[in-house]
Design a protein around this ligand. Structure first.
Ligand code: XIL
Length: 376
């Protein structure tokens, strides 16, 4: 055996004839060169970075809903683009605006929003395919004989138009409504009356066939409520998801709307934590899809009110973000200048509502600081 010692850094050139067997044993009596660890780049993100960057650094998505007309506001649009990594059309992709007739689609409003999202490197969410609201007048003449074809035309038309361009689709919206009295807790909607309860299964299967790469979401309201309504909504939503997963229906995530409308101190964190864990155990992702806080029950004083709104953002999101299945947080608007709460839940004292992270002049409110802290 021949031993050749070489030093670190020395080169050794060997040549062999084809019959030589060579065995290399690395035997070093020379100390290994010290390992030099290059200085690591800082892993913390600038705490003043916009919400989309803070969330992304944690592997989360932060975004918001907007109507197209609000993004024509020269003050709002740049703030929205800076803070949001995802855009949801607030109403432009509902059936009324995009389906002028049973055979036609009108994409102008929603395509403008998609262009805005693409221009600013934002993800784009499809909201919503099948809903009991925003049904056009012509839908009144749909009957049990052609309802499935109507659904097919709509779902395929939308999914094909946005194929490869959506982060996710809300395939079915607000399908659970225990107050309607069905044993399965499902809403007695027009779709239900025309097609029966498996209209939900059919919608998901159609969407998946049209765009097999899209994340498909069941989006549901009232899940975070206290009391009987919230309890029943959680129970029936979970049962529905379980049934869909067992039947191998392509549902990938639960959207929890999160229009928080609670008296101060009335959020039951433990119950909600358990619900999130139950959903996650089905192998589903969870998106917080429409977060805002109705400030109707809070006192008029702005500082007190903003603090109480921020406290609810905090108590709620802290529980949500503990759950690893929660990957996405979307607020239903960004600034109090543009919020559906103004019409939906106006204050009795007629003061302007303050449900969102920025005030009407784009100043950061305590709720923004809460988001910043929890998304970091
Ligand atoms: C709301 C919009 O914010 C309003 O501007 C519109 O007038 C009605 O719809 N749940 C949903 C959303 O899934 O589509 C709703 O958006 C709010 C409740």
């Amino acid at each position: 055996m021949t031993t050749i010692n070489i030093k670190p850094g020395e080169k050794l050139q060997l040549s062999f004839d084809t019959t030589t067997t060579v065995q290399f044993n690395v035997v070093s009596d020379v100390a290994d060169p010290p390992v030099v660890v290059p200085p690591q780049p800082p892993t913390t993100v600038d705490p003043n970075a916009p919400l989309r960057a803070l969330a992304a650094a944690r592997g989360l998505i932060y975004g918001a809903a907007s109507g197209w007309q609000f993004l024509h506001d020269d003050v709002y649009a740049p703030v929205f683009a800076k803070e949001c990594g995802l855009l949801v059309p607030e109403s432009e992709l509902k059936m009324v605006p995009i389906r002028p007739s049973a055979t036609t689609f009108k994409w102008s409003g929603v395509d403008w929003l998609l262009g805005f999202a693409q221009q600013h490197g934002m993800l784009f969410r499809g909201h919503t395919l099948i809903w009991h609201l925003a049904l056009p007048d012509w839908f009144n003449s749909v009957n049990a004989g052609n309802a499935e074809q109507t659904m097919r035309t709509h779902v395929e038309g939308c999914c094909n138009h946005f194929k490869g361009k959506v982060h996710s689709w809300d395939v079915c919206n607000e399908v659970v409504m225990p107050a309607d009295g069905r044993a399965d807790g499902l809403r007695n909607s027009k779709w239900m009356q025309l097609m029966g309860p498996d209209y939900i299964d059919k919608a998901f299967r159609l969407a998946h066939a049209a765009d097999p790469d899209a994340l498909l979401v069941l989006n549901q309201d009232r899940l975070e409520f206290d009391g009987t309504m919230g309890k029943d909504c959680r129970k029936h939503t979970l049962a529905l998801l379980r049934r869909l997963v067992d039947a191998k229906v392509p549902v990938h995530a639960l959207g929890i709307e999160s229009h928080l409308n609670l008296d101060p101190g009335k959020f039951d964190a433990e119950l909600f934590r358990r619900f999130l864990a139950d959903v996650a155990s089905l192998g589903l992702k969870i998106f917080i899809t429409e977060l805002d806080v109705a400030d109707k029950p809070y006192p008029a004083d702005v500082a007190t009110r903003d603090r109480l709104v921020a406290d609810l953002y905090h108590d709620y999101l802290e529980v949500c973000l503990e759950q690893p299945a929660v990957t996405t947080v979307i607020t239903w608007g960004l600034s109090d200048k543009y919020t559906w709460i103004a019409e939906q839940r106006p204050r009795d004292d007629k003061q302007a509502v303050r449900p969102l992270p920025l005030d009407a002049s784009m100043a950061k409110k305590p709720a923004y600081e809460t988001l910043r802290m929890l998304l970091s």
